[in-house]
Design a protein around this ligand. Structure first.
Ligand code: C2E
Ligand code: CA
Ligand code: CA
Length: 730
């Protein structure tokens, strides 16, 4: 159970969570990697851009200067020290037009002639400016003197010197250009040119302007290398190659942005993946469960009986084998074989649904009676029970409990169905051969049945002897039937209750065994039925009965037929042929069958009965009242007579039994059936039955069954009441 829960939990939650986590994690890692890569590239590009911008800026300032320094007017006015003109064109104009922060005009001796500062409050001192431009100015003057024109062309009109430099503490781009003639009309000796200095501070509004133009966020100058890892920076190098300072900015990281933008989608994907896989896990789990259940169901079906839910024979044998194989030396095992008595009668009479219901009720009752045992159904109405660790006393008690428990009526569809059970018990100590144990239980069961059913028997070694005897008896019966020698027919007279006259004879089979003497049909008829010899015996009795009847004109004869005989194909024809051979009218023959043999008209048996009745043969229900159908069944089956069973006659002194007999007689009268009472042994019984209106009487009081010759002799002068001696034992 815990295992199941664990795996359900695992399939529904743990696995989906792990799978989603791993998948989304991998996705996230790849996205982050890609983002980092693209950010790296972006930052590199931004650095390049900043470097380029600074270079362009430097070139741009020099270019700006050229717009006013390469000009005849500028040369003239500078020379003339026209400060107003200089301010308007080389100072404040440069600021307002190009944004230069500071401008200077130097004489050829590098002495400032004019100085302009945009920010009056924070104007650099002359000394600071000098420190910044002097090296550049000196270099430029040297180059001018040398007539160096390197770097000039269509776009760059004059040579110049530009560098990054500190003006005081302020970083700046400082550019120095000569003030020269644009037309060549104003002559100047090389090296005598006046110079123009432009300063653009890097810590002022310049970074902001560049930042806006190129979309750099928070671009600013830093003298020291930035430590904030979130910032990108690029070193600014002076002419000497030394790092002068840094431009730092908050870089635009496109990958990071994409990652940020995709994170909610990723979370959604995680949730969806988790939900999906959890659902799939749940479905797989349910499917697995169903499969496991159906597998369990299949294996249950393979090892259990569908009707009762009990174990089946295979399962029982498997468990028996296992337990006996593993048994320790002093471990005890008990096997009980249970056979329901009269189940077949119920099944035949009420039909299979009721039979099935009865079996399952009986199974449930057994389970209630011995809950600790393994109970199996091994056949129609046969059960086996396996118990561990019981001795003879307990086993006996159990068997007794079962026999008593199964005697109690079963309620099926408002009917009380009373059956019973025969139980065979065998037990063993220590390991033993399972087949041997079940064989013993089976033999014990046979004994219980032979002892009149509704009882139990515990296997004893003597039973083996009895079994051997039974086998011998079977052999003997087979040869007796084959040789037609030892089966004899006795005849019990039946008298009319109204006039006391003998009206009929009932033919009863006897087996005159060469060594054992007369064997009762109660013993050998069931044996013959089991061995499939009943048809032959029935034929022998019928033939004898017909021969006897042929010698006795007035009366009729009754023969007993078991259900198996009646069901056998060709029975009707055989009976009619036998009658014909003895030249007898069919209406002189009555066939007695038990209630369980009675059936619906459209069955094979029903057709046999119809055929024979149509020919004139009459039918009686024997042992009437002992079956289940009695009343209801008689309504449906075509018969002519009922024979009230001896057990009711025996109990006639009891008012309830008498009431039953009265009910049977009333019912038969209403249906127009004849009534015979069997087993009449006392004068009281005879009187009572006569009073109640029985048609015919049969019993030891009137006559025992007689051998053929004696019966013939007897018939000649017999009347009711004359007690005749029995010539042979019954
Ligand atoms: P059944 O058909 O009910 O036959 C009546 C049985 O009751 C006979 O026993 C008879 O001897 C016995 N009986 C009659 N009157 C009395 C009485 O006053 N007291 C006592 N205690 N018993 C009495 P039997 O001959 O031993 O036959 C036993 C059963 O064997 C029969 O019961 C019948 O069911 C069966 N049977 C006998 N012969 C045949 C046969 O040829 N074919 C078939 N299928 N069954 C037969
Ligand atoms: Ca009979
Ligand atoms: Ca009977």
């Amino acid at each position: 159970m815990i295992m199941q829960l664990q795996s359900q939990w695992f399939l529904r939650w743990v696995l989906p969570a792990c799978a989603s986590f791993v998948l989304c994690g991998l996705l996230f890692i790849s996205l982050s990697w890609a983002a980092a890569r693209s950010d790296e590239v972006a930052v590199l590009r931004q650095r390049d851009l900043v470097t380029l911008t600074v270079a362009k800026l430097k070139a741009g300032i020099a270019h700006d200067q050229e717009s006013a320094t390469v000009w005849d007017d500028a040369v003239r006015n500078a020379r003339a020290a026209n400060i107003e003109w200089i301010d308007a064109n080389l100072g404040s104009w440069m600021h307002s037009y190009f944004g230069h922060d500071t401008a200077l005009v130097l004489t050829s001796d590098l002495v400032p002639l004019y100085q302009f500062s945009a920010d009056v409050d924070f104007a650099p001192t002359t000394g600071d400016l000098r420190g910044a431009y002097l090296p550049l100015a000196e270099t430029l003057r040297t180059r001018l003197t040398a007539g160096d024109t390197e770097g000039t062309g269509d776009k760059i009109l004059s040579i110049g010197e530009t560098d990054l430099s500190y003006v005081g503490f302020r970083p700046a781009i400082v550019s120095v250009k000569p003030i020269v003639s644009d037309t060549g009309d104003v002559e100047q000796a090389a090296g005598s040119e006046m110079l123009h200095v432009a300063v653009r501070f890097l810590d002022g509004d310049l970074p902001t302007v560049i930042g806006k133009e190129y979309e750099f966020s928070e671009l600013q100058f830093s003298a020291k290398r930035p430590r904030d890892r979130n910032l990108a920076f690029v070193p600014l190098k002076g002419r000497d190659g030394e790092i002068f300072g840094y431009f730092e900015w908050k870089p635009f990281r496109p990958g990071h942005h994409v990652l940020e933008a995709t994170t909610p989608a990723l979370i959604l994907a995680f949730v969806a993946l988790f939900a999906g896989s959890s659902l799939a896990g749940g479905a797989i789990w349910r499917r697995t469960e169903r499969l496991a259940a159906s597998r369990a169901e299949l294996s249950h079906q393979a090892s259990h009986d569908a009707l009762t839910g009990l174990a089946n024979r295979a399962r029982f044998n498997e468990e028996l084998n296992r337990q006996l194989r593993e048994a320790s030396d002093d471990e005890r095992h008990t096997v009980l074989f249970v056979d329901l008595d009269r189940f077949k009668a119920v099944n035949d009479t009420f039909g299979h649904p009721v039979g099935d219901k009865l079996i399952s009720l009986a199974a449930a009752r057994m389970r209630d009676l011995i809950p600790e045992a393994l109970i199996a159904r091994i056949g129609g109405d046969e059960f086996t029970i396996l118990l561990q660790g019981d001795d003879a006393l307990v086993a006996e008690e159990l068997a007794d409990t079962l026999v008593h428990g199964l005697k109690a009526p079963f309620e099926i569809e408002t009917a009380h169905v009373v059956i019973g059970a025969s139980v065979g018990v065998a037990f063993t100590r220590g390991p033993c051969d399972p087949a041997e144990l079940t064989r013993k239980a089976d033999i014990a069961l046979y004994h219980a049945k032979a002892a009149g059913r509704n009882t139990y028997a515990i296997f004893g070694d003597h039973m083996d002897e009895l079994l051997r005897k039974r086998r011998a008896l079977e052999n003997d019966l087979r040869s007796a039937v084959e040789t037609c020698s030892q089966i004899e027919t006795f005849y019990q007279p039946v008298f009319s209750a109204s006039n006391g006259k003998l009206c009929s004879l009932e033919a009863l089979a006897r087996w005159n065994h060469p060594t054992l003497g007369y064997i009762s049909p109660d013993q050998f008829i069931p044996l013959a039925e089991e061995m499939g010899l009943i048809r032959e015996i029935g034929s022998l009795v019928l033939e004898d009965a017909c021969r006897t009847l042929a010698e006795l004109p007035e009366i009729t004869v009754a023969v007993n037929a078991s259900a198996r005989e009646l069901e056998a194909p060709g029975y009707a024809l055989r009976v009619l042929a036998t009658l014909a051979r003895s030249n007898l009218r069919p209406d002189r023959l009555e066939i007695e069958m038990t209630e369980s043999a009675t059936t619906d008209n459209d069955s094979e048996l029903g057709r046999t009965i119809s055929t024979l009745r149509a020919a004139g043969v009459r039918f009686a229900i024997d042992d009437f009242g002992t079956g289940y159908s009695s009343f209801s069944r008689v309504q449906r089956v075509e018969i002519d007579r009922i024979k009230i069973d001896k057990s009711f006659v025996d109990e006639m002194h009891r008012s309830d039994s008498r009431a039953l007999v009265v009910a049977m007689i009333d019912m038969a009268r209403a249906k127009g059936l004849k009534i015979t009472a069997e087993g009449v042994e006392t004068a009281e019984q005879r009187e009572a039955l006569e009073r109640l209106g029985c048609d015919d009487l049969q019993g030891f009081l009137l006559s025992r069954p007689l051998p053929r010759e004696a019966a013939i002799a007897y018939v000649s002068g017999a009347t009711l009441g004359s007690v005749k001696p029995t010539l042979r034992p019954t």
